[in-house]
Each structure stands twice: as C-alpha cells, then as structure tokens.
Design a binder for this molecule. Structure first.
Ligand code: PLP
Length: 358
C-alpha cells in the first residue's frame, strides 16, 4: 500500500534515548528541558529570532486570532486545510474569502483590497504546499489599511523566501508539527513573532495567562506541548537533511517523467527555497482526476485530494462563489511523496497518470 505520505519514524534507540532523559528529569510538561532544547535547535536550524512551540498547529492560529481578531472580519484563503477557516469561525470571527491565484494557488493579493470593510482586522493567508504568498503586496495592503497579517505556514517548515526564513514574515506566523507534516513531534506546532509585546501576549496566552503561580497577565488557554512530544521532535530533528533530500529525489523524478501536456504543476514563488512538502498536480477536469485516482487506488496507491472542497463551500460559512479556488480544488491531487518512496513505485504511479490522463 502506498499512501500519500508516510510519517518519518526515527530509529527507536534514538527516540528511547530522548525518553530516557525525561525519566531522569522526572519532568513531563510545562516547558521542560526537552522543549527548551528543541526550541533552541529549531531556532538555529530555521534562522529565526523567536519560536514558541505549542501542542499543535491550530492553537497558535486561534490564539493569534483571539488577540488580533476580536470578533472582526478576517480576510482569508479558500484553498487551505480546513483548520485555517475553522480557527476563524471557532474564535467568533467572520471569514471573508478572497479567491486564489491560478498558478501559485495562494491568496490573490490583487483581490484583497476589494474585500476590506471597516470591520476587517486581519489577513490570515496560507503558504499553501509551502509556496509563499505574495508577501510584499500583502504587507503593503496591511500597512495601508492598518490590518495585521497572520501566515498559516503549516506546510512551510524550512522554506526560505528572499534568503530569510518564511516564518520571519507577517506579524505572526504559525507552523504545524503534526505527524503528516515535514518535521513532526507526533502532534505539535509553533508560533513565530518578532514584535516583543505581541510575542509576550502569545506566550502568556498559551499558558493560561500565568505570571507566576497566583497571578495572571491576561486570559489564556492551554497550548503547551509536553516533554513526550519534544522527545519525538529531538529524535526526528537530526534526520531533517535526509528527509528533505529523499523527498527532493522523488519530486525531481516526478518532474522529469510525468507528461505535463494535460497536467499542470503549482508554480513556486520566485526567490523561494522550497521544501518538497507535497506533490500536487492539477488535471484539466475533475472527471480525469477521478479516473486517475480510481486507477491508482486499484493498485493500492492512495493519493489525496488536498485540498478539497474549497473552504468557502463548507456548511458553517457564508461566502460568494470563489471561481478559481473551487475549480482548482475539484481538479487537484497530491501524489504520494515521502522519504523512502522507491523510484520503481514512483515509475508505476507516473505510468498510470500518463496513460489514463491522455
Ligand atoms: C496541518 C494544518 C494545520 C493544523 O495543524 P495541526 O497541527 O494539525 O493542528 C493548519 N493549517 C494547515 C494549512 C494545515 O495543513
């Protein structure tokens, strides 16, 4: 069976060695030694000035929206994982969808201004598949209209844009360390923020607002990650080089051998060092996608329809039609991609795609 992705499991001795430290420390949570060490390692690896690791990749979005959104309208992309939209609605804000660019698949920056109203407080955009949004244009719009920018960078671990970590852009940037993501802690995530006042608010908010045992800075919730999850992160971390190199090999093989006459690839933003996190392909019609999916499934190959449906169509939001996003969402398929996916299996996948999609 070939799934769309496979979680990287570090050698169990390496994981056990990290768990051993937890027993020695007799300390399980509340920012223990392993969490602090993982934060330092990631800070250096990613070249970021700040990181707060949390228990998943959704809670930092919720916390950022709680602080910056305040029951307002949030401009957002309809082409993302459902967590992006769900976090907005869950925090009692209103998602206002703006369609996506047909090649980059990120929010179409040229359509953002038309969606701004006096109730708009922030833009929450996704660097979908690790592909950066048009960061400069979004920053200019935000400054002009006094809006905050939150980037859902769940897919963007290790991506650099203009020579800088993608997490350094926006007022707040978030990442997911879920088991299906490039770097993982089983469940986990992080928030990045370079404004010290906002960073402190994010930090206190993820720990019940505590300022010492009996005092509270502000309203907070539980976004803390445990030592057990950090142990997984510390065991996975030394393998990031091979993980990315192994995926790069598969991506380049797909690129060289898929027939792109009736299939299109996502366009990676200029000046981006990408992370090989997903392999999305866009078919000419949904019918073709379904035919290819069926042929692959018959051979126990399970690509995934990331991301379908377009989020403006979920039943708990009200939205206008988003023509590009709805069209792309119905025609896009992520092909299997993971470190040890052997090239003979990839050849088989490619042959099926090329044969059926003619
Ligand atoms: C995975 C993901 C999230 C949520 O991350 P969790 O760690 O699963 O909470 C948010 N946004 C996007 C775009 C994602 O793919």
């Amino acid at each position: 069976m070939i799934p769309v992705t496979k979680t990287f499991f570090p050698p169990i001795e390496e994981y056990n060695a990290q768990v051993q430290r937890i027993w020695e420390n007799q300390w399980l949570t509340n920012r223990g030694a392993l969490v602090l060490e993982l934060e330092e390692k990631l800070k250096e690896y990613l070249s970021v000035s700040n990181i707060i690791i949390m228990n998943n990749g959704t809670i930092p979005i919720q916390i950022a929206l709680k602080i910056l959104g305040n029951n307002s309208e949030i401009i957002t992309t309809p082409f993302s994982y459902v967590a992006t939209t769900a976090a907005i609605v869950w925090e009692n804000c209103t998602p206002v969808f703006v369609d996506i660019h047909p090649d980059y698949l990120t929010i179409d920056e040229t359509k953002i201004e038309a969606a701004i109203t006096p109730r708009t407080k922030a833009i929450l955009a996704t660097h979908v598949f690790g592909n950066p949004c048009h960061i400069e244009a979004i920053k200019a719009i935000a400054q002009k209209h006094n809006l905050k920018v939150i980037y859902d960078a769940a897919h963007a671990f290790g991506v650099t844009y203009q020579g800088k970590s993608i997490f350094e852009y926006g007022d707040v940037s978030t990442c997911s360390f879920h088991a299906t993501k490039l770097f993982h802690t089983g469940e986990g995530g992080a928030v990045f923020c370079n404004d010290s006042i906002l960073r402190d608010k994010l930090f206190y908010s993820h720990n019940f607002g505590h300022n010492g045992p009996h005092e509270f800075h502000r309203l907070g919730i539980n976004g803390k990650i445990s030592e057990l999850q950090a142990a997984m992160g510390l065991a996975v971390f030394p393998h990031m080089g091979e993980i990315i190199a192994g995926r790069k090999k598969v991506v380049e093989y797909y690129n060289a051998n898929l027939d792109f006459t009736k299939l299109s690839k996502i366009k990676i933003r200029e000046n981006t060092q990408w992370n090989y996190s997903y392999y999305p392909v866009v078919f000419e019609t949904e019918t073709k996608l379904l035919e290819v999916q069926k042929a692959l499934n018959e051979q126990q190959i399970f690509p995934r329809r990331y991301f379908y449906p377009s989020l403006n169509t979920v039943n708990y939001v009200n939205s206008n039609e988003m023509k590009v996003s709805e069209s792309v969402a119905s025609r896009i398929l992520c092909l299997p991609l993971y470190m040890n996916l052997d090239l003979s299996s990839v050849t088989n996948i490619i042959n099926i795609c090329n044969l059926i999609n003619n």
